[in-house]
Design a protein around this ligand. Structure first.
Ligand code: NAP
Length: 364
């Protein structure tokens, strides 16, 4: 059985990955080794009556003993170990972090969208398989059919990204903020609405809520900035939309322009995005709806109607599931070639953990 090292298993992405691997029986196919950067020697996960002792995730010799390594630890970790490990190791590296995504020798994995690209890479001897940015992967799971048919001239994505996109600590921070807001507002709920509004507004403005991770309160607020700044005014998260989409599709030499604004919102889990798509030809809405609904077994088309949209086109409906819903499909006033689309998906599943475990299975 192949020895598969798992690094970052107790983080947000890693926990979801383990959940999915249990659910799909993946551990029966591999000999797992669990690593930690901070808890080496301590107990790791227990299953089938066995508690795994955590290995040191910075021990190159221990890592080299694995046939495959799946890392959900983060970019700093990848930067710290990958190059040194590669000096004497020929195994497969499967990673959730962005560090290696745009390297020439790596492939971004999202097999329902780019299985031919992945298969060719395996045949060509590629060893680094990297999960895509969560919003990019979810957009492609939603509207991949339009890219497959080469119908898209350009796309703009305005995102609504959940707190858990930042990791476990960010989630806890949002919930703590909400708890404190709840406690402050509870005694005022029966009183004057302006009094309630003023009290909560002052609480937000006073920076009294814990916000070490987000920098400002995210509860009852939003932050139109994710990741580091680039010289052209984009954030790095915004830059990934065009660069990664085209790499996933294997069309870097003929890229589709994609841009937009990435916004963190006070949602716990699952990202949503409003897409403006300029088609190469005037839109045939019924044909587009059919293509979207038939694209993958996980893509769920939502008709442009109020009740079903309220129920399904949101984080509440998709969280914890592999469903990616896509709806609000309509022609825009901008012209015959312009369509509006909205899509929601769990960024921890198709946006992070799921492509990694599926890549492991492809390699096995
Ligand atoms: P995370 O929750 O912060 O976990 C990363 C590591 O932080 C853990 O493996 C753990 O390492 C350490 N850690 C320290 N305190 C912790 C705590 N209280 N609870 C859990 N872990 C704690 O990060 P993540 O969101 O899983 O992201 C991992 C990588 O995936 C990043 O590169 C990220 O960019 C990428 N990614 C994330 C998402 C997402 O939606 N979150 C989506 C796509 C890609 P030790 O056990 O070694 O201490």
């Amino acid at each position: 059985m192949k020895k598969v090292g798992i690094v970052g298993w107790r983080g947000m992405v890693g926990s979801v990955l383990l959940d999915r691997m249990f659910a799909e029986g993946d551990f029966a196919k591999i000999d797992p080794v669990f690593f930690s950067t901070s808890q080496a020697g301590q107990d790791g996960p227990t299953f089938d009556g066995k508690t795994f002792t955590l290995q040191d995730a910075n021990d190159i010799k221990a890592l080299s003993a694995c046939d495959m390594i799946i890392s959900c630890q983060g970019g700093d970790y990848t930067k710290a170990v990958h190059a040194t490990l590669r000096e004497n190791w020929d195994g497969y590296w499967i990673d959730a972090a962005s560090t290696l995504r745009m390297e020439e020798g790596s492939v971004i994995v999202l097999d329902p969208v780019n299985r031919p690209v992945i298969d060719k890479a395996v045949t060509d001897g590629v060893k680094d398989f990297i999960g895509g940015n969560c919003t990019v992967s979810l957009a492609l799971m939603g509207v991949g059919a339009l890219f497959r048919e080469d119908m898209v001239e350009w796309m703009s994505a305005m995102t609504y990204q959940a707190a858990s996109g930042g990791g476990a600590r960010h989630m806890k921070e949002l919930l703590t903020q909400m708890d404190l807001i709840g406690k402050k507002s509870a005694p005022l709920m029966d009183g004057n609405i302006l009094e309630l509004d003023k009290t909560i507004g002052e609480l937000l403005a006073a920076n009294e809520l814990p916000s070490e991770n987000f920098g400002v309160p995210l509860a009852l607020n939003l932050i139109p900035w994710i990741d580091s700044p680039l010289e052209n005014g984009q954030t790095r998260e915004e830059w990934k939309a065009q660069s990664e989409t085209n790499k996933i599709l294997g069309r870097e030499s003929n890229p589709v322009p994609i841009d937009g604004t990435c916004v963190r919102v006070g949602v716990l889990r699952s990202h949503s995005q409003a897409l403006t798509i300029k088609l190469k030809k005037p839109a045939d809405i019924p044909a587009i709806e059919r293509m979207l609904s038939e694209y993958s077994e996980w893509t769920e088309f939502v008709p442009n109607e109020v009740e079903v949209t309220r129920q399904k086109l949101n984080p509440r409906y998709v969280s914890g599931t592999l469903k990616v819903t896509v709806g609000r499909v309509r022609k825009m006033n901008l012209g015959d070639e312009y369509i509006n689309v909205f899509t929601s998906g769990d960024q921890l599943l198709w946006g992070a953990a799921e492509p990694l475990r599926r890549m492991m299975n492809i390699l096995l």
